[in-house]
Design a protein. Structure first.
Lengths: 602, 285
């Protein structure tokens, strides 16, 4: 093998490089999110690290404490990486896995883009097992492999509008899928392949919401055991709801993820996995505990969020001090510093409410909603609620028996809210999920969003009115505007959009075919109902008109009779007299008022 | 509004609860279940407009209604529980009336304008005499109350004979205080009894009476057998039948059947009845 060196960039070119190709996304470079955090966590200071395959340039910044060799197949990416890491102890090799220097071994090998993208299109193909064998062979005894593998039957493929086997992207010169016995296709198969390669598998992480944009890593063991955990419920839901926003999907990925969690399938249906394995013989001292979960929410400079085990509980921890905190202007701000200490256990209120709605369990709904309202009340001072509870909707509150608690306390209200407005906001958000999501529920289709909010308020034991709901919508628009840096015009437009949301609208955000179909069905049913009412009303008007005609005819008959005429002769003077008395009374009532007015003018 | 919503002054009670006072109740967007029912909550033969909300008393009735194809079925509880909320305690009774509960109020099963009841009233009277320990008030339905022959039978037996009023028909002549009168009478009595398990028995239990169901259940002309009739009622609620019934069980069942726990808040009920957007012009005196 001949190795050239690109003198300008200090890049090793052992052969097999792809010149007109890039694996890195064109979007703004990231720091690798939770993958980067996990990578940095397993790399001890001064370790020799092989970063195999494409990784975001920011990933390297997290490994500044190590000596890193990057193996890339794309020359363009190699140049970019070399430029980015000019000040770091980083070496870049561009080529296939065969281009690694023959005598080099590493303390840690990281392949967070999977093994397929380690191979170049040039030269003989090693295949998944072949690449794993090369990388495992480069590990020192006791060394660590951190490897991502995409799930061929993951949630992302289940919700995809295009079938996986019809891939047309430039990087799909071959289409790897579940039919390829050369690839492991589930967690067990992955573990076995690692063992076959002489490695000892350790912890595995489920990666959500999409292999190409991982924002949440959750330990598979915890996912399998914590099937009703409110934290994991919210974590998977939020990752999928944000990750698929404005994308077309077959069905709601957040619903599917939460359902999978409850069925103990969240690990099995994860879009990707990150496996941790070590080369035998293992050292006597085990490395530091790995986190339960790693999450990236909000902008990059807010820092990542970790969930770690402390005793019997889970605790919040920030992966690094946030580079900035959201300025305390507007109605809400984020305080990452609040993410410390134990995470309240319990089930997510949203899930409990949805379950009770689906099962038509009015008693349970009443208990949950009144519990929520009582809890909000308990956080008030003089009818005003502030801090995290003020913003805690049903998607951020966990319930453990009788106890309600905020799950993620980092979002805080800058100004206190009337507690009824906070409650109405939370209930309206839930009503929107229920109606636009097409969930079965115990109420009629004649209710609009505001109406259902009032009804939910009644279930909570509160006599909410529509005026309070309107204030809640304005508050919601202001809060979203504060989170997303909307200007006043944008906020007004958002408020109009929120108010325009109808029960037969699909959910805002992602375009889910299943939910669009459901929205169409709801519209059709509502149209049928209105048509039936129109027919009934027409029939009723006809029947009433007949009754009126009969009554009119009867009146005419009676008014022509002798007895009627005699009666009228008797009654008419009396009616005149009554009119005269009324007119006199009116004049008498007016007279003192007029005197008073004149008196006032003097 | 469907005319059945006016029966027994139900719409009037709901309007009072929702804060409209004694004004004529606005039109209800749906059918209010107008009596205890072992079917889907609607009276057999009543015209039904597809997907018009059925405002039902209990979760069990809602399940039945759904299972026979009704949609937009909502549990709101019986209008009687709204009356109980409006009148949690009555003012002290007039001097002429006893201050403590006494005797039994007995509701012979009734027919209506379209269906007459066939049965032996004399035999029933004998059974009542043999069973009831105290004075008996017999409450006849308007229809039977208007039959002098039937009324005289009960009067001759020494019973006090009353009628709560006319339930109304096709929006006419509804006695808006029908339920009020019934509640007042129930609260005067120790026991409530009938020869069939009916709304009155559940109302009585909710109003604090000890219930009893015994005697010939009589036959309603052309009775609709769709939901099983009296035989099914006896099979499904055997614990409510007999001259003496365990009160705690009865209270629990009545609570479920009347939907006591499902009583809505006024604003909530206004939404469910379609009264949330009413303007002053929409209301009649």
């Amino acid at each position: 093998m001949t190795t050239d060196t690109d003198q300008a960039q200090q890049i090793m070119l052992p052969g097999g490089e792809m010149l007109a190709w890039s694996d890195l996304p064109a979007e703004e470079p990231t720091d690798g999110g939770p993958l980067g955090v996990l990578g940095a966590r397993v790399v001890p200071a001064g370790a020799r690290v092989l970063l195999a395959g494409p990784h975001a340039p920011g990933f390297l910044d997290r490994l500044a404490h190590a000596e890193v060799t990057c193996l890339l197949r794309s020359h363009l990416d190699g140049v970019a990486l070399a430029e980015h890491a000019a000040e770091l102890p980083v070496r870049v090799i561009v080529g296939g896995p065969a281009g690694l220097p023959a005598d080099e071994t590493y303390d840690v090998v990281i392949a967070m883009s999977g093994l397929d993208s380690v191979e170049s299109i040039e030269g003989a193909r090693l295949g998944w097992d072949g690449v794993l064998a090369v990388l495992a062979d480069r590990l020192r005894p006791g060394g660590t492999l951190l490897l991502r593998m995409d799930n061929p039957v993951g949630l992302h493929r289940i919700v995809d509008v295009s079938p996986w086997y019809a891939a047309r992207d430039d990087n799909r010169w071959t289409v790897e899928g579940v039919l390829d016995a050369g690839h492991p296709a589930n967690l067990d198969q992955l573990r076995r392949r690692l063992v076959d390669a002489g490695l000892t598998p350790g912890a595995f992480f489920a990666a959500y919401p999409h292999p190409k944009a991982i924002t949440a890593l959750v330990a598979t063991e915890e996912l399998d055991q914590g099937t009703s955990s409110g934290l994991l419920d919210a974590m998977l839901h939020n990752a999928c709801a944000d990750g698929y926003a404005d994308r077309s999907v077959l069905q709601d990925p957040a619903r599917l993820a939460v359902d999978a969690l409850h069925a103990g399938l969240a690990s099995g249906l994860a879009p990707a996995w990150v496996g941790y394995a070590r080369r035998s013989p293992l050292p006597a001292v085990e490395p530091a505990d790995l986190p339960v979960a790693l999450v990236q929410t909000g902008p990059l400079d807010m820092g990542g969020i970790e969930v770690v085990t402390a005793g019997q509980d889970w605790h919040w921890r920030l992966t690094q001090p946030p580079l900035r905190t959201t300025p305390e202007t507007g109605p809400a701000y984020r305080d990452p510093g609040a993410l410390t200490g134990p995470i309240p256990a319990g089930r997510l209120l949203r899930t409990l409410l949805l379950d009770a709605c689906l099962r038509q369990d009015l008693d349970q709904l009443r208990a949950l909603l009144s519990g929520y309202a009582h809890w909000l009340d308990s956080c008030t001072v003089a009818g005003q609620i502030s801090g995290a509870p003020a913003l805690a909707g049903v998607d951020n509150v966990v319930v453990d028996g009788e106890r309600f608690a905020v799950l993620d306390p980092s979002w805080q209200a800058a100004v206190p809210l009337p507690v009824n407005v906070a409650l109405a906001r939370g209930l309206r958000r839930f009503a929107a999920i229920l109606l636009t999501g097409g969930y079965a529920h115990p109420w009629s289709s004649t209710l609009d969003l505001a109406g259902l909010t009032v009804v939910l308020g009644g279930m909570a034991g509160r006599n909410l009115d529509r005026a309070t709901v309107r204030v809640a919508v304005e508050t919601e628009a202001a809060l979203i505007a504060a989170r997303t840096d909307l200007n006043p015009a944008g906020q007004e437009e958002l408020r109009d959009q929120l108010e325009a949301l109808e029960p037969d609208s699909p959910p805002p955000g992602q375009r889910s075919y299943q939910q669009l179909h459901e929205a169409w069905l709801r519209q059709r049913e509502e149209l049928n109902r209105i048509q039936a009412v129109l027919r009934w009303t027409e029939d009723l008007i006809t029947s009433r008109e007949r009754a009126l005609r009969r009554a009119d005819a009867m009146i005419k008959v009676l008014s022509g009779s002798v007895s009627f005429r005699l009666g009228r002769l008797v009654i008419t003077p009396a009616r005149w007299a009554r009119r005269a008395v009324r007119a006199l009374k009116r004049r008498l009532r007016k007279a003192p008022n007029q005197r008073a007015v004149r008196g006032g003018q003097q | 509004m469907h005319h059945a919503n006016h029966f027994y002054g139900h719409a009037h009670v709901l309007a009072r609860y929702c804060g409209f006072g004694d004004r004529h109740p606005p039109r209800i967007n749906g059918y209010v279940q107008h009596g205890w029912n072992i079917g889907d909550g609607l009276a057999p033969g009543h015209p039904y407009v597809e997907r018009t909300p059925s405002l039902l008393w209990s979760a069990q009735t809602r399940r039945r209604a759904w299972a026979v194809g009704r949609r937009n079925v909502v549990v709101v509880g019986a209008p009687f529980i709204y009356l109980l909320a409006l009148r949690p305690q009555d003012p002290p009774l007039a001097k002429a009336m006893p201050t403590a509960r006494e005797g039994t109020i007995w509701y012979p099963f009734h027919g209506w304008e379209g269906q007459h009841v066939k049965g032996d009233h004399k035999e029933l009277i004998a059974r009542i005499r043999d069973t009831e320990p105290g004075p008996v008030t017999v409450c006849l339905y308007w229809h039977e109350y208007g039959m002098r022959r039937v009324r005289r039978l009960y009067e001759k037996a020494g019973f006090r004979v009353i009628c709560h009023g006319y339930r109304g028909h096709w929006w006419r002549d509804t006695d808006p205080l029908f339920l009020d009168k019934q509640l007042t009478e129930l609260r005067r009595h120790q026991r409530v009894a009938s020869n069939r398990l009916t709304s009155a028995i559940f109302y009585g239990i909710a109003a604090g009476c000890e219930p009893a169901v015994y005697g010939d259940p009589m036959v309603l002309a052309d009775e609709d057998p769709t939901f099983g009739g009296t035989a099914r009622i006896r099979r499904q609620w055997p614990e409510l039948h007999g001259e003496s019934v365990r009160l705690s069980t009865a209270v629990e069942i009545a609570r479920a059947e009347l939907g006591t726990d499902h009583r809505c808040a006024p604003a909530e009920l206004r939404e469910l009845l379609g009264w949330a957007h009413l303007q002053e012009n929409d209301l009649d005196d």
